[in-house]
Ligand binder design. Structure first.
Ligand code: NAI
Length: 306
């Protein structure tokens, strides 16, 4: 098995660290900055002698090294600065995605592509267009992170273990994401039976702005520990053919009343990538919110210069 990670920044390098420790197979880390992926790869290889893994990790500035990859993870791009929205990144990162995806198409034409670069749902669409791959093997990481944040806040509120919380967040990976309290539960009990409406509304609000909260605290860069953990959960479900139902940014072909765009939905993830999309029951208000979220993604796609 071979996994390639494009972008040796915070998210990319931390993802490689997590993957290396799990010993799925060899890893290639690619970046445009000379020396950066090579240096981080060497450091991560040496960590193996201490932690106890034999994963081969190669740092490179040459896409020829991704040949034969089963999975390619795209974390290349600019991250948000304080006050910057995910949409501000659109033009800078579209150019980067085009360059990366043309290379994936050439050197790893049979790979499954996981996009991470923001604005996520739009960049995943760029990846689909540029690679020309089937939609089941081009999808984005968003919902697992947003769901993780929601679950973490729920666990804090209830003073319970995060492991007993099943949360669900769908929609665009941005201010219009939709945490779904009625599809979130703690050890089987739905959230609305555990917490008051106002408390839930507060947790939902904090989840929606969970990324921005961290950006504001860090003052430079954005979250990467939870994002890398989310990426690895997707990789694990693919490589072990676990067929887990995970919220990911998937190409919709009629599901949730949407066609031709990407946004976050629960999907079955296995060796073929997306093996099915699960349609959850939504309230009228949620359906409306989802429409607005998808309209904003559609709007961005229309102005794309691919
Ligand atoms: P970072 O700035 O630490 O790393 C980005 C890396 O990409 C840099 O090393 C840079 O040299 C490299 N890069 C730039 N252009 C490239 C190109 N053409 N080819 C190859 N490499 C290139 O940023 P970080 O924190 O790792 O975030 C990466 C991206 O992931 C950002 O767009 C960020 O917004 C996004 N992100 C998405 C999340 C999600 O939930 N989908 C969560 C966290 C971050």
């Amino acid at each position: 098995t071979k996994i390639s990670v494009i972008g040796a920044g915070n998210v990319g390098a931390t993802t490689v660290q997590r993957l290396a420790e799990m010993e799925f197979g060899s890893i290639v880390l690619v970046d445009i900055v000379e020396g950066l992926p090579q240096g981080k790869a060497l450091d991560l290889m040496q960590a193996g002698a201490i932690v106890g893994y034999d994963t081969k990790i190669k740092g490179s500035n040459d896409y020829a090294d991704i040949v034969g990859s089963n999975i390619v993870i795209i974390t290349a791009g600019a991250a948000r600065k304080p006050g910057m929205s995910r949409a501000d990144l659109i033009n800078i990162n579209t150019k980067i995605m085009k360059d990366v995806c043309e290379n994936i198409k050439e050197y790893a034409p049979n790979s499954i592509v996981i996009a991470v670069t923001n604005p996520l749902d739009v960049m995943t669409y760029v990846a689909l267009e540029v690679t020309g791959f089937e939609p089941n093997r081009v999808f984005g990481m968003s919902g697992i992170l947003d769901t993780g944040r929601f679950a973490s806040f729920i666990a804090d509120e209830l003073a319970c273990s995060k492991r007993d919380v099943e949360a669900m967040v769908i929609g665009g990976h941005g201010d219009q994401m939709l945490p779904l309290p009625q599809h979130s539960s703690v050890f089987g009990t739905p959230l609305p039976e555990l917490l008051g409406e106002n408390v839930i509304a507060g947790l939902v609000e904090r989840t929606i702005h969970g990324g921005a909260e961290i950006v504001a605290l860090l003052k430079q860069g954005s979250a990467f520990y939870a994002p890398s953990a989310a990426i690895v959960q997707m990789v694990e479900s693919i490589l072990r053919d676990e067929k887990r139902i995970l919220p990911v940014s998937a190409y919709l072909e009629g599901e949730y009343g949407q066609k031709g765009i990407y946004f976050g939905v629960p999907a079955k993830i296995g060796c073929d990538g997306i093996e099915g999309i699960i349609e959850l029951e939504l309230t009228e208000e949620q359906k409306q919110a989802l429409k607005e979220s998808s309209a904003s993604i559609k709007g961005s796609i229309e102005y794309l210069n691919i």
